[in-house]
Design a protein around this ligand. Sequence first.
Ligand code: ASP
Length: 337
Amino acid sequence: MKKKLLLITTGGTIASKNTGNGLAPSVSPEDILGSMTDLIGFCTIDCMELLRLDSTNMQPEHWLLMAKTIKEHYHDYDGFVITHGTDTMAYTSSALSYLIQNPDKPIVLTGSQKPLMDEVTDAKKNLLDSIRFACEDGVRGVFLVFSGSAIVGTRARKTRSKSYYAFSSINYPEVASIDGGRVLRYVVPEPSMAPLKFYDKMVPEVFLLKLIPGMDPGVLDYVADHYKAVVIETYGVGGLPFPEHRNFMDRMQTLANKGCIVVISTQVAMEGSDLATYEVGHEAMERYDLLQAYDMTTEAAVTKLMWLLGLDLPREEFKKAFYTPIAFDTVPFSILK
Ligand code: ASP
């Protein structure tokens, strides 16, 4: 029997046209599908326009809306394809991985670097590949499909701003390649036996701070006053600067005093953090109650914090939950130690 998918459109370049003031989303889902009808006869697709946004404008409230929409239609379809702008797609794929846990169906995000209606475009291939991947038997979970590769939702990152090969899988293998209607699955992630669960809360008061040499540690006072959690992207495997006149190490006390959750991660794209390696990291661990992102992407760490803050957990449980792998976002903590 033909699989039945729901195509949910949210905007992005794939649905954009030139307005005279730059590209803006304006193509309807019917037109998106209409341009491909001869290619997608192998399944049945319904479509709905949920949002019409440049994904620069994507917000946590929109992630909740996407999760709610999938929840409402979950039992009517074999899978879901979401078209989305590329700029924040990795945040959305991570967020949906926390909001929709243990799905037994595929939820596939895709988009393009060039509009679907352009003569030369990657949009058709990406959309067709996503539909193919979503029609594969046994694909379950949130994925991002782009330029012929399927990436686990929590491991995706936009690493190129212009070329077609725009996304990379960080610290985890690409799970499939899709070409000419053939899906080659390299990695079949072990499905979770836990029941499907939808969540409906995210707390957006999470800050991301990228350290640069010369930064005034006073920024931490502002973060402590306005945010419940912060991911600090430090250098290399991780550490906090403590030169005399710009001492982050001491000033971290301001975050501790306010009970702000701190996750140390790295600015380096690949291989993750390991704070215990150098004195600059070791001392931070000795002095403060810190979490580490280890192999998690920044996108996953930030959205996992937003989701966890919504659960209102006591601190120790929060820490345990942060290190508990969800949707392959990290390897188990016992392996990391
Ligand atoms: N600015 C666009 C967006 O993220 C870029 C794209 O879709 O490629 O919506």
